[in-house]
Design a protein around this ligand. Structure first.
Ligand code: KIV
Length: 283
């Protein structure tokens, strides 16, 4: 592991104060979390997007609390020092404030997360309030909220029209007042993100495809490394084509096993002649 200090809430606010952008990525497994620890990433989101990126579903809706806990705990084992956020899956908080608090508590108790995130605006402010009052740091999520993609008419930019932009700004205020320490803005116009960031008093604003004016950036790991085959959203810059590297390796493996150039002696284990002779005598 590394000897860096644990990322805490005061550290994140200090970065905001010093105008240093906060780095945030999705992660769902131990080996990737281990790499993110080495890269000194600030925050990880164990997103319910794992339903799509890891499990192959078409949407995030099939992710369950048990899926989320299992993956969050694996991520935590890989990275003791990154600030890990558990993403509350569909119907784990919508039914009631009590359901929301109980499920948020599972992320903290069973997966040692540092905070939770949930989707929704003004209508979810009471869930945020309840969770924060239970002592759990909470992040809101506005703009394109994938759990409501059907109601929003698909995976589209949100808040392009003045009235819908006003709704997002009002929701940001409501979530901050409810106690959210951070808000993720997904796919809202850069100018709306700038307005919300300037108005935030004690709330960290993070951008996913919402431009450079937020306090930090989030990307989906699988998009940035060419690991999600179905589509690549506009905001996802590809930082390396791991998908291509792995595919070439897989093709090479198939080729080498087929032409018997793999394995070589350094890849297998031997036994001493006398043990082998004794075995032969036993058979
Ligand atoms: O589940 C997830 O990865 C998310 C991002 C789309 C922000 O919520």
């Amino acid at each position: 592991m590394t000897d860096r200090k644990k990322v805490t809430l005061p550290y994140l606010f200090e970065k905001v104060h010093n105008h240093e952008p906060i780095t945030w990525l999705t992660c769902y497994d131990y080996p990737t979390a281990y790499l993110m620890e080495q890269a000194a990433l600030d925050m990880i989101l164990v997103g319910d997007s794992l339903a799509m990126t890891m499990l192959g579903f078409e949407t995030t809706l099939p992710a369950t609390m048990d899926d989320m806990i299992r993956h969050s705990a694996a991520v935590r084992r890989g990275t003791p020092n990154t600030f890990v956020v558990g993403d509350m899956p569909y119907m784990s908080y919508q039914p009631s404030v009590e359901t929301a608090i109980r499920n948020a508590g599972r992320f903290m108790a069973e997966a040692a997360c540092d905070a939770i995130k949930l989707e929704g605006g003004v209508e979810m402010a009471d869930r945020i309030h309840g969770i924060v009052n239970a002592g759990i740091p909470a992040i809101g999520h506005l703009g394109l909220t994938p759990q409501s993609a059907s109601a929003l008419g698909g995976h589209k930019v949100q808040g392009r029209a003045a009235k819908s932009a006003k709704k997002i700004i009002d929701s940001a205020t409501a979530l901050e007042q409810a106690g959210a320490f951070a808000i993720l803005l997904e796919m809202v116009p850069d100018r709306i993100c700038k307005l919300i960031t300037e108005r935030a008093e004690n709330c960290i604003i993070m951008s996913l495809g919402s431009g450079p004016h937020a306090h930090g950036q989030l990307l989906i790991y699988h998009d940035m490394f060419g690991l999600y085959p179905r589509f690549k959203p506009r905001m996802a810059k590809v930082f390396g084509n791991a998908g291509e590297v792995i595919l070439n390796g897989l093709k090479q493996y198939v080729h080498e096993v087929s032409d018997k150039s793999f394995p070589q002696p350094e890849h297998w284990f031997t036994m001493k002649d006398e043990e082998y002779d004794e075995l032969m005598a036993l058979l």
